[in-house]
Write a protein that binds this ligand. Structure first.
Ligand code: CU
Length: 136
């Protein structure tokens, strides 16, 4: 009868010790994770622009711009070609470039970027279609 509480106390002590060890090791992990995420945070700031693919041609297909995010050098003429049977256009989110006319299947729209910056655009009949051009 008296041995049972001793076993329980012993088990509890072991469990507490294990929890403490796990907590300590996960604490160490958290520290390194925080340090690592700190590093990735600083690189992901530049990664947000490096998500953009170096390209000067965008294909519109299935209500999507592909690649949606591109990067070009100043002076580059970007060509958007529509492969959908539905008409699309390229309209700046913030008036950084003139609104593109609607283009039908097989038609293309071009724009030459003469100033650096990030040009976000969408398709006016389908505002959920988004793309961006980073001009460097
Ligand atoms: Cu569209």
């Amino acid at each position: 009868m008296k041995k049972t509480p001793a076993i329980i106390i012993g088990t509890v002590v072991v469990v507490i010790a294990l929890v403490a060890i796990v907590a300590a090791s996960s604490g160490k992990k958290n520290t390194t994770d925080t340090a690592m995420s700190g590093n990735t945070d600083s690189s992901s700031t530049s990664a947000s622009t490096s998500n953009a693919v170096a390209a000067d041609k965008v294909t519109i297909a299935n209500y999507m711009f592909g690649p949606a995010d591109i990067k070009v050098k100043v002076g580059t003429t970007v060509t958007w070609t529509n492969t959908d049977s539905v008409k699309h256009n390229i309209v700046s989110d913030d008036n950084m470039m003139p609104d593109g006319k609607l283009i039908g299947k097989g038609e293309a729209y071009t724009y030459t970027f003469t100033k650096s910056g990030t040009y976000k655009y969408h398709c006016s009949p389908h505002p959920y279609m988004h793309g961006s051009v980073v001009v460097e």
